[in-house]
Write a protein that binds this ligand. Structure first.
Ligand SMILES: *Cc1c(COP(=O)(O)O)cnc(C)c1O
Length: 381
């Protein structure tokens, strides 16, 4: 129940034990092709250029940023947490003139602030945000910002590492030009490959680059030439990870995207209502809280490390600590993919209540469990 990796389904783990095929074996190429089709379904896009880059979610981020940002490009990035800052760092390394638009860690990126920054930055080439900030538990709605990007003639980048497979991601309907994700959050596979998709407009910018991007391994032109019918060798595909991705995407589609979003929503809201009923505070702004990652304020007088240690040792529950300024101030509780279950919600509430009580802070565990149970049954508390 941390901020990832989430638990993987046995079918995903079993797929990884299948015999290795060559990276140009016809059977393996069929699996890659099926991954492309399923990735488009899960990302809700018609983009031809939809692949999985080798490496964790950060490889998807690098593929997006390094291929799209050319030296001297004006770039505007909304930052409301740790991962938005990572995009800024990459865009600067790619030679972009980056304007960052900061929001408090706990609030979403403000479209009005983005609009001001875009207007003040000359001809902007790329606008970017993180959809689901795993460091703060906040969701920034991408659509209004994508609209601003379009009006300014810029491409729109959206980091969906934590949202994909857990909360609605609609790449095409949002007007997003590049979206990337990871496998170990709500897709519930081990970390190791990163879904990425480029719109026709984004692809045109990649193709029109005057200087090749500074990354050879994640050069999208070379990667696409391996993933499409050219099958031109670029790297030895992480065979077992592609099997895992294939199974994980199949499981998402078997459950149904809408049903999966609804499961995450129900369990996440039950956890949040339960925590509040117990007497704990939530860190993220109301109305922008992610159901898949909840930031809980650590009560006064409670030792962060001891509580997390006891949760792990006595109950085998892992939760995350705070990043950056939130270190020691919040716990980050994930309910992602296979780990988003009713059982985990109720177990976590009771285990946390007991451990915090041992530190001398009494929480109303009964009220928390009752409230969460009602939410899980679909009733208002
Ligand atoms: C986890 C995460 C990343 C980085 O993914 P890795 O798999 O750790 O490389 C990027 N962005 C967000 C929002 C994330 O949650």
């Amino acid at each position: 129940m941390g901020p990832g990796p989430s638990g993987a389904h046995p079918r995903v783990l079993r797929a990884m034990t299948a015999p290795l095929l060559g990276h140009l074996d016809p059977e393996f190429l069929r699996i890659m092709d099926e991954c492309r089709v399923m990735l488009r379904q899960v990302l809700r896009t018609e983009n031809a250029v939809t692949i999985a880059t080798p490496g964790t979610g950060t490889s998807g981020m690098e593929a997006a940023v390094m291929n799209l940002v050319e030296p001297g490009d004006n770039v505007v990035i909304g930052v409301c947490g740790y991962f938005g800052d990572r995009i800024v760092q990459m865009a600067e390394r790619a030679g972009g003139n980056v304007t960052r638009v900061d929001a408090a860690w706990g609030s979403p990126v403000d479209p009005a602030e983005m609009q001001k920054a875009i207007a003040a930055s000359g001809q902007v080439k790329l606008v970017g945000i993180v959809h689901a900030e795993t460091s703060t538990g906040v969701m920034t709605p991408p659509e209004p910002i994508a609209k601003l990007a379009k009006e300014a003639g810029a491409l729109m980048l959206v980091d969906c590492v934590t949202s994909l497979g857990g909360v609605p991601v609609e790449a095409d309907a949002w007007g997003a030009d590049v979206v990337y994700s990871g496998t170990q959050k709500c897709l519930s596979a081990p970390p190791g490959v990163a879904p990425v998709t480029f719109s026709p407009a984004a692809w045109a910018k990649v193709r029109a680059r005057e200087v090749p991007s500074n990354t050879w391994y994640l050069d999208m032109s070379l990667l696409e030439a391996y993933w499409d019918e050219r099958r031109s060798y670029h790297h030895t595909a992480p065979i077992s990870m592609v099997y895992a991705l294939h199974q994980a995407l199949s499981l998402v589609l078997e459950e149904g995207l809408e049903q999966r979003w609804a499961r995450h929503e129900r369990n996440g809201r039950a956890l949040q209502a339960g925590l509040e009923a117990m007497g704990l505070g939530l860190h993220a702004d109301e109305g922008y809280r992610l159901p898949v990652l909840t930031t809980v304020k650590i009560p006064e007088g409670v030792n962060d490390g001891e509580v997390r240690g006891a949760l792990l040792k006595r109950h085998s529950i892992e939760v995350g600590g705070g990043l950056g300024d939130l270190k020691g101030k919040v716990w980050r509780v994930g309910l992602m993919g296979e780990s988003s279950t009713e059982g985990n919600v109720l177990l976590f509430l009771s285990a946390l209540g007991r451990i915090v009580a041992e530190q001398g802070v009494q929480l109303d565990v009964k009220a928390g469990i009752a409230t969460a149970s009602e939410r899980l049954r679909g009733q208002e508390a």
